[in-house]
Design a protein around this ligand. Structure first.
Ligand SMILES: O=C(O)CCC(=O)C(=O)O
Ligand SMILES: [Fe+2]
Length: 466
């Protein structure tokens, strides 16, 4: 635990960026919030001073060398009222019991070049995910601008009459509107209201003509929604690619070992609205927005408004699961041990998905998470950075991941030898979440699942045989 207790250090002369317009050179800095997780953490390269200052405003500083600090994963549950009354915990949805995450903020450079700083940053990101299950990264000014205009578009869309929203459905893709109560997690209706954005492919596109599962148009309501969403997604795609390159450095694997899978990645976004807990349609479970689950691909970059609702679990040795083999939905939903992720202005959070866990042989674990309903309606975005639909992933066998971190089912020889076809995993997850959607019905009626076995669907860049 020396590194946890170590005096916070910042590599000499490391550039700390506040906003792109107000950069400062700092040689040292200290940041030691009390409580959980990041207590007395070493400040990684890329740590953002401006965002940290916002946290300092609400997080009293302590000297980690003088104050006994809880060790990660053995931390004690604070009494519920303390958590709810703390500065960061005061937005926690009522009725929930959780620790409150206090996370540092990483600054992702404008370009990842493979410099010593990039390598150190990659290691720090990986270390944080292994400890906390989540990282926070600073939004650039451009991110913030595009996020805000996408947020305004989301509010406009969800305020439309139900019939107008319900018309935004496509029978071939899973893109479009999902009414509150339509999505199912672990057999229980979620209250989230969603607009899903998947690759927008018109009917003449060869993969759509060949009836590949999940391939089809995105049924946008109008350009007022489409334009800001596409712009925001594009910058998140670029950010995701940079993060993935940093993860390669963090894992000590060769450049390209992960990014080779994301050429034409099946990235998608969930634009989310949660009703206030006293304003639901009564179809789900009281106070539950989305049930506990893991997401499917490499990682998810999220933004949330100031309301609050997201909870995660930290990686734990005694909690092992492999969502691609057996559903992790509902996992420990009502148990202790959840960590509330409070809204912090100007950051994206990043949690890990199933495919990152599989690729790294459990060195990095998909982050279980759930959403609670609050007293006010809540808006959020979840951008999924994914492998190509056609990618067949094989676990890494170099660097940090050359041996399985634990004896979970992902060390199953058959799964390792055959790899995982991402498109099949995605299709199965969406069919499970939307059993009654027209897309699922058409997929089954036209026996499209059969196509997932075809060689062109399992070869990146291959084109359909028409
Ligand atoms: O609302 C959030 O912050 C997360 C939503 C989520 O977990 C999802 O869309 O899969
Ligand atoms: Fe999720």
């Amino acid at each position: 635990m020396t590194s946890i207790m170590a005096r916070p250090v910042l590599p000499l002369g490391r550039r700390i960026m506040g906003s792109r317009s107000s950069r400062a050179m700092l040689n040292t800095a200290s940041y030691g919030p009390p409580g959980f997780g990041s207590a007395g953490m070493t400040i990684p390269p890329g740590f953002n001073a401006k965002a940290a200052q916002q946290l300092r405003a609400v997080v009293p500083r302590v000297n980690p060398e003088k104050t006994p600090q809880p060790q990660p994963h053995q931390q004690q549950q604070p009494p519920r009222d303390n958590a709810h009354n703390s500065a960061l915990g005061k937005t926690m949805p009522p009725g929930y019991k959780a620790q409150v995450a206090q996370l540092g903020v990483f600054e992702i450079p404008e370009q990842v070049t493979g410099s010593a700083g990039d390598k150190a940053l990659g290691k720090a990101l990986v270390k944080s995910w292994r400890q906390e299950g989540i990282i926070q990264i600073a939004m650039s000014d451009q991110h913030r601008r595009l996020m805000e205009s996408a947020m305004a578009a989301s509010r406009r869309f969800f305020a439309k009459p139900p019939a107008e929203k319900a018309a935004c459905v496509d029978s071939q893709s899973y893109a479009g509107y999902i009414a509150s109560g339509e999505e199912v997690t672990d057999g229980i209706a979620d209250y989230s209201e969603i607009f899903t954005i998947t690759k927008d492919l018109d009917l003449a596109e060869p993969r759509v003509r060949a009836r590949w599962p999940c391939h089809g148009p995105c049924p946008w309501p109008d350009v007022d929604m489409k334009t800001p969403m596409v712009a925001y997604n594009d910058v998140l795609g670029a950010e995701g690619e940079k993060l993935l390159r940093l993860v390669e450095y963090g894992l000590d694997v060769a450049p390209g070992e992960l990014t080779r899978y994301t050429r034409d990645g099946w990235h998608h976004t969930r634009v989310l609205r949660f009703p206030p807990r006293n304003g639901t349609n009564g179809r789900g479970k009281e106070g539950r927005g989305i049930g506990s689950h893991t997401d499917y691909g490499l990682f998810v970059i999220s933004a949330q408004d100031d309301v609050g609702g997201l909870f995660i679990r930290r990686p734990k040795d005694d909690e092992r699961f492999a969502n691609w083999e057996k559903s992790a939905a509902g996992l420990r939903e009502d148990d202790d041990g959840w960590v509330y992720v409070p809204p912090v202005d100007g950051v994206h959070t990043v949690i890990l998905g199933d495919m990152m866990q599989y690729l790294t042989r459990n060195y990095l674990i998909a982050t279980p998470h759930k959403v609670g309903l609050n007293t006010r309606e809540r808006f959020a975005f979840a951008y999924f950075h994914e492998p190509s639909f056609q990618a067949v992933l094989k676990p890494l066998d170099t660097g940090c991941c050359s041996v399985p971190t634990s004896e979970s089912s992902s060390s199953d020889k058959k799964v390792v030898d055959e790899g995982i076809h991402y498109g099949t995993h995605f299709t199965r997850m969406f069919m499970r979440n939307y059993p009654d959607r027209v897309t699922t019905k058409r997929l089954l009626a036209e026996d499209r699942l059969r196509l997932l076995e075809r060689p062109e669907l399992r070869t990146m860049g291959a084109v359909p045989a028409l």
